[in-house]
Ligand binder design. Structure first.
Ligand code: FES
Length: 149
């Protein structure tokens, strides 16, 4: 059901934990499955210098969080905002259709953390992030039809 890459990240997730000095923290949940993902970012001069996550959810949610942190660490805010769930899925070598929504959660968690960072700077995140980076986004379809969710 899962690729080796998914199993690798599930068994040995990268960047797990909290960042006490995070300046952007985002938490998202999927109303349907009840899984929750929390992303902590340390942003300096527009660069994500450190990132950690805590995910209370399925194995795919853990794997997608893990790979997302690897993809955005050391990158600019703009690059992190451009991260799509499709890229996350590709990096994992694919996900079963019924698990695609887990990758959407990872994308949303990154955006929610960046939205929080902007808010802390007194900047309206809606200027940069579609939907304003709602920190408690409800289930949102990834465009994969009925398989999403
Ligand atoms: Fe909900 Fe994976 S089943 S995030």
């Amino acid at each position: 059901m899962y690729t080796d890459k998914v199993m690798e990240h599930f068994a040995n997730p990268q960047n797990v934990g909290e960042l006490p000095d995070a300046n952007g923290v985002g938490e998202v949940g999927n109303a349907k499955c009840g899984d929750i993902m929390k992303m902590y970012l340390k942003i300096e001069n527009g660069i994500i210098t450190d990132v950690k996550f805590k995910t209370f959810g399925c194995g795919a949610a853990i794997a997608t969080s893990s790979v997302s942190t690897e993809l955005i660490k050391g990158k600019s805010i703009e690059d992190a905002l451009a991260l799509s769930n499709k890229t996350v899925v590709e990096k994992l070598g694919g996900l079963p259709d019924v698990k695609l929504h887990c990758s959407v959660l990872a994308e949303q968690a990154v955006k929610a953390a960046i939205a929080d960072y902007y808010k802390r700077q007194g900047i309206d995140p809606a200027l940069f992030i579609a939907g304003g980076g709602d920190s408690h986004a409800e289930h949102h379809c990834c465009g994969e039809g009925d398989n999403c969710g």
